[in-house]
Design a protein. Sequence first.
Length: 309
Amino acid sequence: MPSPPSTPRLRKTPPLFPPTPKLARAKLKSSSLDHEIFLTKTTSRPKHHLRQLQSSTSVEWQQLQSSLTIPRTGSTSSLASSTFQYPLTVNNYHDFKNDIINQGKCLCGQYIRARLRRAGVLNRKAIQRMRSILEPSSELVYEVFPALNSMGEELERMHPRIYTNVSRQLSRTPYGELVDSDTAPMLLNLVAKQLFSRSTAERERITWAKIISVFAVCGGFAIDCVRQGHYDYLQCLVDGVGEIIEDDLVHWLVERGGWLGLQQHIKPKGSQTFSFLDWLTLFVAISSGFYAVTNFVKQIGCRVYSLIF
């Protein structure tokens, strides 16, 4: 019986173009953020070459590190220090991301307390609940919060119908009753998803105005929680804002240097404007100095006059 004909072997032809460089992938994963960073590595360099460079302090390894830096605003203990850059590693990236999330939660807690005070519903129970929620705030929070609070208050003044009675507008329950602790954070998350996906342009998808609007909606929910007697829901609102920051905003905030970018956006460098309080303080200081100088000259004149005559 004749054997079946053998299939001819395909001869490998050389590629028309030179091969592309291989890519060494460093994938940073979290529960809600998949951020991939690709480091170009040529084929002539073996795998253990980078390890040898990392262990040494050669100039080549410093050059590799200098191309992978992200802005760092500081740690949670002293976050108002000057910005500096450090090598991007998995641990450093997660630390920086966690700093931004924790700072956002602290800002949310401070904003809720200010919003309850403006609405006149900051009673004793709310104060006790907010004390248990608010952690020791960093210097960065105290530096950024006035800008966030003033912009949120301006939004509430311009659109009072949007940022009041929020639960009635978004909930289907009678009179906007919040039946459980997950209702308000879930509705807030839906508002944020809708708000950050309305613009087709990537540059306008997330803006500081939209972020402040999310804080204002959260403040409206906080008022409804207090009026309905659900003081324990305030912690869930703060945690919900933290999830929104982690899911949608953390990478955008990292690119802008963290929450200090809000202050830089509102008051850019080189634009020093004096408010009414600044002018009043300057006037009082000048008047006090002029009064002190004239009084001193008057006393000297009286003594000289008494000595002469």
